[in-house]
Design a protein around this ligand. Structure first.
Ligand code: G3P
Ligand code: CA
Length: 341
């Protein structure tokens, strides 16, 4: 059963505005709200099981730092080329990770979510697929998954490649062709090119607003994401991907005053190349909104966490012709979509 809605609403890390991200409760709430897709970021455990975490470093999204039994796992790694000290999923078995509990990643901005700290587990990809399939059957509508392979080159380099277990999990679910309710995303290019030859499900090239794909840099290709967002770059991406997932600034840039400027040609250029466009990330807090949509007094201590006019921002992007949005507050994106349709 394919997802029919357009533009699609992708629940970014679940309904992460309301629950600690990447927990079954966050995904479940997003489904209740009506999201079309739930988005897990995927990393590997030591025993090769895919689990959902924003990063493989889990010191700030779990209670691992308070667990004396894991104190000796604290280490320094350069996953992105820069040393980061912490605890890494690839140093834990699934059984060990399951003893940890999730924590709200943005406690200053989302203090209400701290009520769930210490109560929720790190979910596996299989658990997330089971949730999506069960809820699809119960609700009579397709709920898809939109997994991101996190640091795929890093995981390949340590013998824990993400692609084989991901393909195996999708195969078990019967999700192998273009009609499957699945998009696989990556900031790197090499693993998407490989996946293009291994699965029919839709693939998404993520594009940051600065920097470039790590795999390209490591093989001496200095092209940036901005280079890839040109018509020539998009034509190349279209040989391995079905969509792009750009930072929202690449779709409608902000000026120095923090306010939205005119939309860039990216949506038209991507569509001309046959690529759908799913920008990220739409969030309600003033901290993440263009100045056009701020609410309240910036001098107020509560300003950063206060909610601004998120529907206004979403409406601007829907008007720019995007085909989907990643939203931390999927209920708001769904309301805007309904109002515009
Ligand atoms: O996957 C799209 C969006 O989530 C951007 O990536 O780093 O926030 O997982 P990240
Ligand atoms: Ca992601």
């Amino acid at each position: 059963m394919p997802v029919q809605n357009r533009p699609i609403v992708i629940a970014h890390r679940g309904a992460s505005g309301y629950r600690p991200e990447h927990t079954l409760e966050s995904y479940r709430l997003a489904i209740e709200m009506g999201a079309d897709f739930i988005e897990p970021d995927l990393v590997s455990t030591r025993d090769g099981v895919l689990v959902a975490r924003h990063e493989n470093e889990i010191g700030w999204t779990t209670d691992v730092s308070d667990r004396p039994e894991f104190a000796d796992r604290r280490t320094v790694k350069a996953v992105r080329g820069v040393d980061v000290e912490g605890w890494y999923t690839e140093d834990f078995t699934l059984a060990e990770l399951k003893t940890l509990r999730a924590r709200e990643r943005l406690p200053q901005l989302r203090p209400a979510n701290r009520a769930y700290d210490g109560r929720l587990q790190v979910p596996t990809l299989d658990e997330i697929i089971q949730l999506a399939r069960r809820e699809s059957a119960t609700r009579g509508r397709a709920i898809g998954i939109y997994p991101e392979t996190k640091h795929p080159g890093w995981f390949q380099s340590i013998g824990l490649g993400l692609e084989e277990p991901l393909l195996a999990a999708l195969q078990r679910a019967g999700w192998t062709d273009r009609d499957a309710p699945v998009f696989i995303q990556s900031f790197e290019t090499e693993n998407l090119r490989m996946l293009r030859g291994r699965t029919g499900v839709r693939l998404v090239q993520l594009l940051e607003s600065s920097g470039g794909p790590r795999d390209l840099a490591l093989r001496g290709d200095a092209r940036s994401y901005v280079d890839l967002a040109t018509p020539g770059g998009l034509a190349e991406i279209a040989t391995w991907a079905d969509a792009i997932g750009p930072h929202k600034d690449l779709v409608i840039p902000c000026g120095e005053d923090g306010r939205l400027r005119a939309p860039s040609p990216l949506v038209a250029d991507a569509h001309a190349a046959g690529l759908a466009v799913h920008p990220w990330t739409f969030r309600s807090e003033n901290s993440f909104l263009p100045a056009d949509f701020h609410a309240g007094d910036p001098a107020d201590a509560a300003f950063a966490a206060a909610h601004g006019d998120a529907p206004g921002e979403l409406a601007a992007f829907f008007a720019a012709g995007v085909d989907g949005v990643f939203a931390d507050f999927p209920d708001i994106a769904l309301k805007v979509r309904a109002a515009l349709s």
